[in-house]
Design a protein. Structure first.
Length: 293
């Protein structure tokens, strides 16, 4: 992956589900027997069509939802009876709509709320607040009312507010929805920086370009079942299966497959990778032609 974050994945399993089933009331199951493991320090993309169970699965990781059947383990411990507030110390969850999280009078107060709620000393609360504002470039908006900021800034505030609690695991539900490409790139680079610091990140998204460029691993849900879960390159090899689930690969991936017969790298995920592969192909041909003379 060009410009992909260097994986800081360890052998430690931070999240695990065992035969996880869940149903909303008397409705058909939204999750159907999902078993998976996520290792500490990984960056995982979670994809699937609307209704596939992405958000439902993710909300089990921090106790917002509890299994109808099966288990969810956090660092090897079943979380069924652990309160959401306690789990929030380890698993941070950023909702799709930032307006569902923001409620404070100023950006500073919004970001300080979580650490203060954890019972930290005020000096530590202020230190974390300042660091979070600096990391997400929000310092100049510290005394602004976050609810009236632009959507991209509100998105940053909602993520910074979770980040300030220093969770080891960060789950983001469609964090780039409604953002232009510049804001999307800026946000993803900041998330990549967190990943490089050792955070485990789970990214729910419909944007397969983000999966190709940023997430070394990827899981695909379909109708509440885990369809695929592997390194992103390997998942993208199942292009026919992905199309059956109405997931389209990025155009650059499709182009790479079209050019593979002439020697271009078939599994290129990004434009820089495709360009590098094509340049290598041209260079090899020039060497061959020169040898022929």
């Amino acid at each position: 992956m060009a410009d992909e974050p260097m994986s800081s994945q360890t052998d430690t399993i931070c999240l695990e589900t065992r035969d996880l089933w869940f149903a909303y009331g008397d409705n058909p199951p939204a999750l159907r027997g999902i078993s998976l493991t996520i290792r500490a320090g990984d960056f995982v993309g979670l994809v699937g069509q609307n209704g596939s169970g992405k958000t439902t699965l993710a909300k089990h990781f921090n106790g917002l939802l509890r299994p109808t059947q099966g288990q969810v383990l956090l660092y090897g411990q079943d979380i069924r009876d652990r309160p959401v507030g306690e789990l929030a110390r380890t698993v941070g969850y950023v909702f799709q709509n930032p307006d569902h999280q923001i409620f404070s009078a100023t950006t500073r107060e919004e970001i300080a709320f979580g650490p203060r709620n954890l019972g930290l000393e005020e000096a530590e609360v202020q230190r974390r607040t300042e660091q979070a504002m600096e990391h997400f470039d929000l310092t100049e908006y510290a005394d602004h009312q976050p609810a009236v900021l632009g959507f991209g800034l509100r998105r940053k505030v909602s993520i910074a507010a979770v980040y300030s609690m220093r969770p080891q695991i960060l789950i983001l539900d469609e964090p780039t929805a409604g953002l232009d490409w510049h804001c999307t790139h800026d946000l993803m680079e900041r998330l990549t920086a967190l990943h490089r610091q050792g955070h485990t990140i789970i990214l729910i998204t419909h944007d397969m370009r983000l999966i190709a460029q940023y997430t070394p691993r990827c899981m695909v849900l379909r109708e509440g079942k885990l369809l695929l879960y592997d390194d992103t390159r390997k998942v993208f090899e199942h292009c026919d299966l992905l199309r059956e689930t109405h997931i389209e690969l990025p155009q650059v991936c499709e182009l790479a497959r079209e050019l593979a017969p002439i020697g271009v790298r078939r599994d290129a995920l990004t434009v820089p990778e495709l360009c590098d592969s094509y340049a290598d192909l041209i260079a090899r041909r020039e060497v061959t032609n020169a040898g022929g003379h």
